[in-house]
Design a protein around this ligand. Structure first.
Ligand code: THU
Length: 137
């Protein structure tokens, strides 16, 4: 996949819209995410913070869990959008959550002005612990 693919463009638009709904009262850092399933569906998420800071949910996991909750475990790609000059990559917890469903997922990180970085999840989380280590595929 490439950042200019229509599917990725569609995800970026969806993630950008979700970013506007971020509940980031404490950090002021809004994040939007979109995940793409193997069948082509797109699910979105934003970060949702809490007065009890540790309960904060990242945009990426929010989007991923939306997909899973609606019966879609075949994860193909994740787009992250941040209102920053440089792209921001998913945090460690989100990398681990993505790994559960596809260690080779494509990750696109968009900053403002369409600056984009592209990775395979396995580049961001090498030597991951996952279902395989528990005898599952
Ligand atoms: N955040 C995300 O939503 N995704 C990430 O990958 C990194 C961090 C959120 C969590 C918190 O609401 C804010 O960004 C600052 O850490």
């Amino acid at each position: 996949m490439k950042p200019t693919d229509p599917e990725v463009e569609k995800m970026r638009e969806a993630a950008r819209a979700a970013m506007k709904n971020a509940y980031c009262e404490y950090s002021g850092f809004a994040v939007g995410a979109a995940v793409l399933t193997g069948a082509g569906e797109v699910f979105v998420g934003c970060n949702v913070e809490n007065a009890s800071y540790g309960l904060t949910m990242c945009a990426e996991r929010n989007a991923l869990f939306q997909a899973v909750a609606q019966g879609h475990r075949d994860l193909k790609a994740v787009v992250v959008v941040t209102p920053t000059e440089k792209p921001a990559t998913p945090c460690g917890a989100c990398r681990q959550a993505i790994n559960e469903f596809n260690p080779d997922a494509e990750i696109f990180c968009f900053a403002e002005n369409n600056v984009v970085e592209q990775f395979k999840l396995s580049e961001l989380l090498p030597h991951a612990f996952g279902p395989r280590n528990l005898g599952r595929e």
